[in-house]
Design a protein around this ligand. Structure first.
Ligand code: FAD
Length: 287
């Protein structure tokens, strides 16, 4: 099924993200992760892709596992910055062959060594246009409630999003955020800028100290005092940190849905038990 058709319905949707193993690493662990997440019956499962290119990892195989072996709608991520057009077209053929109908088209982060860039596509909007010309896919893009770090201003950021929508992007998935007011403010600005495609709110359950450090280093992600207090109090107690992280994500989602945000995407970090706990906490709300 197409993601755009799933999220156009009036229902609350909850989807999950997982990442494939690096090339050369076995697929059996991820098969278990896919199976366990599929058993939670999410609206769809997205599979990330390395910034190195569309065929640089196991994204296509894992998307196939989601769609064909587990019968859940798959959304394959595809990056373009370091990928030649011929490779993109080959990947699109493969996804079509496997019956995967959905792509999250993203640029990828700029590598330190810019010489590896092929630059057939400089921006996500270029890739989105290519996929729409190829045909047969529902295409989404990324967005950043606090602005993409490379954007000169919030307005320039919105212009970048508009280019994606004009190129054929049908829905947007957000970067993680820990303060819902930041999302509400962003949604308001999107509407004011005439951008009306559905937005899926990306929620990251932060359950380990290692994750916390990385998030604190991520430029542009605001860490609210309430979240910081949880981390200060529980980060040296892994079981308590996990419980608090699940509770924080659960509360964030309840507030989003109560305020009319109907589509939530859980960054599972390949941990079905964490996604499962959140979905259990919200079983009546997601019904
Ligand atoms: P773009 O839309 O190309 O935007 C990048 C910057 O360029 C922005 O500042 C934008 O304002 C600006 N811009 C856009 N168009 C133009 C233009 N025509 N002229 C000038 N400036 C322009 N990375 C991965 O490697 N793999 C993944 O699987 C992955 N999944 C992600 C999923 C989500 C939901 C999100 C939010 C991010 C994901 N990323 C992933 C990270 C992403 O690759 C980086 O954030 C990257 O730096 C930007 O990607 P983009 O698609 O938003 O780029």
């Amino acid at each position: 099924m197409r993601v755009i058709d799933i999220i156009r319905s009036d229902r609350v949707t909850v989807s999950c993200e997982l990442f494939p193993p690096k090339i050369g690493q076995p697929l059996h662990d991820i098969r278990r992760v896919v199976r366990e997440i599929a058993q939670l019956q999410p609206s769809f499962i997205s599979v990330t892709c390395g910034a190195g290119g569309s065929t640089g990892d196991h994204t296509v195989e894992v998307a196939r596992e989601v769609q064909v072996e587990n019968g859940v709608t798959a959304l394959a991520h595809m990056t373009c910055l370091s990928t030649a057009r011929a490779e993109i077209l080959t990947t699109l053929e493969k996804l079509r062959e496997y019956g995967v109908e959905n792509i999250l088209a993203i640029r990828g982060d700029l590598p330190e060594n810019r010489e590896s860039l092929r630059m057939d596509y400089a921006h996500a909007s270029d890739l989105i246009g290519e996929i729409r010309r190829f045909g047969g896919f529902s295409v989404g893009g990324a967005c950043y409630p606090e602005g993409h770090p490379e954007s000169e201003s919030k307005r320039a950021d919105l212009d970048g999003i508009r280019r994606k929508v004009d190129a054929g992007c049908e829905f947007l998935t957000t970067q993680m955020f820990f303060d819902n007011n930041i999302l509400y403010n962003f949604l308001f600005r999107l509407l004011k800028h005439g951008i009306q495609v559905p937005v899926i709110a990306g929620i990251m359950p932060v359950t380990r100290e290692k994750q916390v450090k990385r998030i604190f280093q991520l430029s542009g992600t605001t860490v609210p005092p309430r979240f910081r207090a949880i981390v200060d109090r529980f980060s040296d107690n892994p079981a308590a940190m996990k419980q608090a992280g699940i509770a924080y994500a659960t509360e964030q989602i309840i507030d989003l849905i109560a305020n009319g945000v109907s589509h939530v995407h859980i960054y599972t970090m390949n941990q079905p038990d964490i996604a499962g706990s959140i979905m259990l906490n919200l079983s009546e709300i997601f019904r």
